[in-house]
Design a protein. Structure first.
Length: 760
């Protein structure tokens, strides 16, 4: 208690220090970068990420997109003339290269107007091979214009997209010569995600602030208490967000969770502290009373905030970069909150003269009546309540992991398209394109000895490998060095078939060498600097291969089988790489992230609280509400068709860390009376001291996370619904399964049982 007396005496210095820290935090917040791109979700040291970086150094890429020009007859003269004009306008944009079926029809010559005769010839040219359809340049009732954005930064990409939209969007509104122009590709999706990531916090902050103000005024009836809480919250959030600049963290799809979690955790702790402060005692003055209240709440608040911080810090085991950063960022923010709750908040309480409870402030008679009914009810139905909670937990585990032969595990997804609001035009356009063209891409990086990438035998083997890959119905196209030869052969002779005889391949290798000298686009498939690498880009539909990772395994297995059977590939090293592989890795690592971080969190919390409360059996029992909430919410996810994604995968650590606050405070006050009193007396004391703060804290947590349901980001909207549901489920277990479990462990019940079984 002496330390809190010194804190209260030093309140002017505390305020001055926090003013400096808040200013530094605001500055750091303005310097924090945004990075929501899916391909950069894996941590830098990950082997898959490293391989992809090495691959992209050899085969540097900008960003690719496509425009779908829809028309009842895309090969009419009007449609072709309009497409030609649009292609010419797009090629005038800096760092943008556009090409279409007309580019190849002209053999790279200058653009010309398309007349009726040209339209007929172009129709025959475009429909005489499957190459155009496989490339997405021709489809049912549309022509495609492929766009290559040679950009090196987000700012350059956004400028290029703005220039493209300035040309395309007005043209799409006229309805002539195209019925619609659809924008397809990750550049638009990533740009939308980045905008929404930046605006998500600004959307829910006012809603949460309004709810918080209403709740604090309704509970404490004091503007001074409200001011102390709001000023503390503002300082904590500013300092916590500014830490990103210190540690090099970035805003991402899930970083919105950081300020929200820090706010609700801090608010819940402030509610516990202020509720205790409001209860008068026999202290000689207000400052002594305040020091006693802080001393009383220090251990449970410290233990509960430690639990929350550990829950998020455990996410550091994840190989998914935004999840790891978000976990560490939130944990550091909670440490800031802990310091602020026991320094800044008491200083503000004292300086603002926050009132204690008086006769004018009702003590909550309704809650006393509720407790009088609840305690005997939980004793009477203790076995039923605990058994029911355990059954719900088993059902939740089944909903998450599935039952072999009955139903599959909860669905996993990281497709960038699922992170975009389906109502967005870019999302609906991309979905429409996806119906006829697969969007899942895997690159196969083939490395041979330096100088041998254009060996005839090697190229022939690569062509046979491409054919093997294309035989799978889930593969739409395989692009590589020999597909360049197919395009050239079709333009020159009208056939896209390459000869099967090995004797023909020396000439084809020489032809490819000439093409690489004159066509820059062909160099994206051959390492022209060292002639030791080629790439195959396999595009298809991942869902036709099976569970996540199946398409990648098919490519690896097909490569391994072809390498064993073809002597020309014996010394070639093949590796899957690229953005598609990174995205697939993320999907496969989501469930391990959930289970590993949850197990680590639960273990650390258990042993940490064992040191505090010295009762392993009671500690296990008091974890029932958290486990009940976490596992039961997977039933909600299954029923609502909410998948596991980069946001909802955080539910375990988030809920375990946050809801443990309630159990810590409950059990701490339960032990205060348990030593010399009955279980009923201890339960009543715990309910009266901690019950209402638990109720208010749950309302704060649930409403704060539920504000995310208004987000335009589907994963954040789903996370908001799931987490709010979990907090409500935890509250239900706090008032039913937790006291029932303590009744089962009760010495009173064991003594009563032995007495009733004793011989008369």
């Amino acid at each position: 208690m002496p330390i809190f007396r010194r804190v209260l005496h030093a309140r002017p210095w505390i305020l001055m220090g926090f003013c400096i820290l808040v200013a530094a935090g605001i500055y750091g917040l303005t310097q924090t970068a945004t990075d929501s791109a899916i391909e950069r979700l894996v941590v830098a040291g990950d082997p898959v990420a490293q391989t992809t970086r090495d691959f992209e150094r050899v085969f540097p890429e900008g960003e690719q997109a496509i425009l779908m020009l829809e028309s009842p007859d895309p090969f009419s003269a009007d449609a072709l003339q309009g497409a030609g004009r649009l292609e010419r306008d797009l090629n005038k944009i800096p760092q943008v290269s556009a090409h279409s079926v007309m580019t190849l029809f002209r053999h790279g010559g200058p653009p010309v107007d398309i007349g009726p005769d040209d339209a007929a010839r172009l129709r025959a040219f475009a429909t005489g091979t499957a190459l155009f359809r496989r490339a997405g340049l021709v489809g049912d009732h549309y022509l495609g214009i492929a766009l290559d954005l040679q950009v090196n930064s987000i700012a350059q990409r956004n400028r290029a997209l703005e220039a493209i939209d300035a040309i395309v969007l007005p043209l799409g509104k006229t309805g002539h010569p195209f019925s619609a122009i659809r924008r397809v590709g990750s550049p638009w999706l990533d740009a939308w995600l980045e905008r929404q990531t930046g605006s998500a916090t600004r959307k829910f902050m006012p809603l949460f602030g309004a709810f918080l103000m209403a709740l604090v005024l309704a509970v404490y009836r004091s503007w001074r208490a409200l001011a102390a809480i709001l000023l503390t919250l503002g300082a904590v959030v500013a300092i916590a967000l500014g830490l990103a600049d210190v540690f090099g963290w970035t805003n991402s799809v899930v970083s919105t969770i950081v300020p929200l979690t820090v706010m609700v955790t801090t608010t819940a702790t402030l509610v516990y502290i202020h509720s205790r402060y409001m209860e008068p005692d026999d202290a000689p003055d207000v400052q002594e009373h305040q020091a006693r209240a802080l001393t009383n709440k220090f251990l449970p608040c410290t233990a509960s905030m430690f639990a929350t911080a550990v829950g998020f810090a455990a996410l550091a085991v994840s190989d998914i970069r935004p999840i790891r950063e978000m976990g560490l960022w939130t944990a550091c923010g909670i440490i800031v909150a802990w310091v602020s709750c026991f320094t800044l908040f008491p200083a503000l309480q004292s300086l603002l003269h926050a009132p204690m409870r008086s006769g004018a402030l009702p003590a909550g008679n309704w809650f006393r009546v509720f407790v009088d009914v609840l305690i005997p009810m939980t004793r009477r139905y203790r076995l039923l309540l605990v058994a029911g909670a355990l059954l719900m937990m088993l059902a939740g585990a089944a909903a998450l992991f599935g039952i072999p032969g009955r139903f599959a595990p909860l669905r996993l997804e990281t497709d960038a398209l699922t992170y975009v609001d389906p109502a967005e035009r870019v999302a609906s356009d991309t979905r429409r394109f996806e119906k006829s063209n697969g969007l899942d891409v895997i690159d196969l990086w083939l490395r041979t000895r330096p100088g041998h990438a254009l060996d005839p035998d090697f190229l022939h083997a690569v062509d046979l490998l491409s054919g093997q890959l294309e035989r799978h119905p889930g593969v739409d196209a395989v692009d590589g060095p020999t597909s360049v030869l197919r395009w050239a052969r079709y333009i020159a002779s009208g056939t896209d078939q390459l000869p099967a005889a090995s004797a023909e391949w020396p000439k084809l290798a020489a032809d490819l060498e000439q093409i690489l000298l004159t066509e820059p686009g062909a160099r994206s498939y051959v390492d022209v600097a060292n002639l030791e690498s080629v790439r195959l880009t396999i595009r298809g539909r991942g869902e036709l291969f099976g569970p996540p990772g199946a398409m990648r395994r098919f490519v690896e297995q097909t490569w391994a089988a072809q390498q064993r059977s073809d002597p020309a590939l014996r010394d070639v090293h093949g590796t899957v790489a690229g953005k598609g592989v990174v995205s697939g890795e993320i999907t496969e690592r989501l469930l391990p992230t959930l289970t590993e971080s949850f197990a680590l969190t639960a273990g650390v919390i258990f042993f940490g609280f064992l040191l505090v409360f010295r009762s392993p059996s009671a500690r296990l029992m008091t974890m029932i509400p958290s486990l009940f909430a976490i596992l039961s919410v997977f039933i909600v996810m299954r029923v609502a068709a909410i998948p596991l994604n980069i946001a909802t995968i955080l539910i375990g650590s988030t809920v375990l860390g946050s809801t443990e606050n309630d159990q810590v405070h409950f059990f701490y006050h339960f032990q205060e009376k348990r030593g010399g009193g009955s279980t009923a007396t201890a339960l009543r004391h715990a309910m009266m001291v901690a019950g209402r703060p638990i109720l208010f804290a749950t309302l704060i947590n649930a409403s704060g996370f539920l504000a995310l349901a208004l987000s335009d980001l589907p994963p954040m909207r789903q996370f908001g619904i799931v987490s709010a549901s979990a907090f409500v489920l935890a509250l239900l277990a706090d008032f039913t399964a937790l006291p029932a479990a303590l009744w089962i462990l009760s010495r009173d019940e064991r003594v009563r049982g032995r007495t009733s079984n004793a011989p008369g």
